[in-house]
Write a protein that binds this ligand. Structure first.
Ligand SMILES: Cc1cc2nc3c(=O)[nH]c(=O)nc-3n(C[C@H](O)[C@H](O)[C@H](O)COP(=O)(O)OP(=O)(O)OC[C@H]3O[C@@H](n4cnc5c(N)ncnc54)[C@H](O)[C@@H]3O)c2cc1C
Length: 397
């Protein structure tokens, strides 16, 4: 079997893997970025919504932006609306294929060796380094490195082989793209009829299309079909586009999204980043920004570790400490919120919307942050009337 040697193997060329590879290469390391796809990955199951803070912090590629979210309307089960109009766009919507490809190009420009069409199959960690066997063109290739960065999303077999932990849970994300104009911006729908315990969304994607999606514990495809039948969506379907793509012309795609930290996210010579580490918001299941934060921290710690030759799990644990200190409060807060949301009936949610409409709507601008939700949730729960609705829901369980 052919063998190639590098200093670091980064497996997975999603946003987290590409940023980790780019930063390690820019720090002077010899990096291979390995991905199973032959070319830019298409059909990525993601709405591609990324907040402005992430764009600013990471100078993210703007060429991939297809739309921006200028306003969000929240809808209760009975149709009560709470509008939120920020002073500047809340987030951009990107084409994930282009976005990922541009981050890959940045990694290559920084000096990374890109190995597309390499599907990782087997790994081995020894005292001297890491070996990765990949399927390539019907054959196999052996890649060697001093360390490996796992950026594949959660892969049970790979995590087990590399002594990484598993996440405490998953949520199912489901989406479809349809010809719907949303001139008023994004819409979020709450209630058991839409997405029990979670929420559904409609997000503009430019050119008169929208991404429709929802989170749930299961049955996402059935729930999406029901959502498409509701007046809210059906009445705004652009007839021509829908007819030409055919009633069943749209594709509904679904996958599990990690919820909660993967512990441990380091092992001897191994670091997990992005969804592979559980760096995902547990309020909205958005994983791009938190994954980039994790990747940036991982590259810093791994670069130092490579220079000092100290690559044990103990030495790399400062990465786990750093990313958990930054993100854990948010992740744990979101998991608690999920429990709370599951206990609310549609009537409770309607009541919360009434309180929001009456007492809190003018304060939303100060309360809402696209990426950091714990403060918002805490402030809302401290509002006396919200607190009493939530407490009532808990007591009646
Ligand atoms: C319906 C839905 C909507 C979402 N919407 C949003 C959103 O609007 N905003 C947001 O921030 N997040 C969203 N997310 C979550 C987001 O898509 C992920 O959290 C994010 O893509 C994780 O990035 P990553 O770099 O960790 O991994 P990924 O983007 O999953 O990249 C992993 C890469 O590893 C490669 N790979 C996997 N296995 C192997 C192997 N064995 N060998 C070689 N390569 C391999 C894959 O092909 C892929 O290229 C959504 C998720 C879903 C399901």
């Amino acid at each position: 079997m052919k063998a190639s040697n590098f200093e670091v193997l980064v497996v997975g060329a999603g946003p987290a893997g590409s940023l980790a590879a780019a930063n390690l290469a820019a720090a002077g390391h010899d990096v291979a970025l390995v991905d199973e796809n032959e070319g830019p990955r298409s059909r990525i199951i993601c709405s591609g919504i990324i907040g402005l803070e992430a764009f600013a912090h990471f100078d993210l590629p703007r060429e991939s932006i297809v739309d921006s979210i200028l306003r969000v309307s929240f809808f209760s089960p009975s149709g009560l609306e709470v509008p939120y109009c920020p002073e500047q766009p809340l987030a951009h919507v990107v084409d994930r294929t282009q976005f990922d490809d541009q981050l890959v190009s940045r990694a290559v420009a920084a000096g990374t060796c890109l190995l597309r069409g390499h599907k990782a199959r087997k790994t081995l960690v020894t005292d001297r380094g890491v070996e990765l066997t990949a399927d390539v063109n019907g054959g196999q290739q052996l890649l060697r490195g001093k360390a490996i960065v796992v950026a594949t999303g959660y892969r049970q077999w790979l995590h087990k082989q590399l002594s990484l932990g598993s996440p405490p849970g998953f949520v199912q994300g489901t989406r479809a793209e349809l010809p719907i104009k949303l001139p008023e911006g994004a819409e979020l729908y709450f209630g058991r009829g839409f997405a029990p315990g979670f929420f559904a969304w409609a997000v503009p994607r430019g050119h008169g299309t929208a991404g429709i999606g929802l989170l749930g514990s299961q049955g996402g495809k059935t729930l999406i079909k029901e959502l498409l039948k509701t007046d809210a969506i059906r009445s705004r379907l652009n007839g021509d586009g829908f007819a030409s793509s055919g009633e069943h012309g749209y594709t509904i795609m679904s996958r599990g999204i990690v919820q909660g930290p993967v512990d441990p996210s380091v092992a001897d010579r191994v670091i997990a980043v992005g969804e592979a580490a559980g760096q995902v918001k547990t309020t909205t299941a958005g994983g791009i920004y938190y994954g980039l934060i994790g990747a940036e921290l991982a590259a810093e710690v791994l670069s130092d570790a490579l220079r000092s030759g100290k690559l044990s799990a103990d030495s790399l644990s400062s990465y786990q400490h750093a990313w958990r200190s930054r993100l854990d409060d948010e992740i744990q807060g979101g998991l608690q919120l999920q429990q709370l949301a599951k206990s609310l009936s549609d009537r409770d949610i309607d009541e919360l919307f009434r309180v929001l409409q009456k007492d809190l709507a003018p304060r939303l601008r100060q309360l809402v942050s696209f990426d950091w939700h714990r403060r918002t949730v805490r402030a809302l729960l401290h509002a006396r009337r919200i607190h009493s609705v939530v407490e009532g829901a808990f007591l009646s369980r």
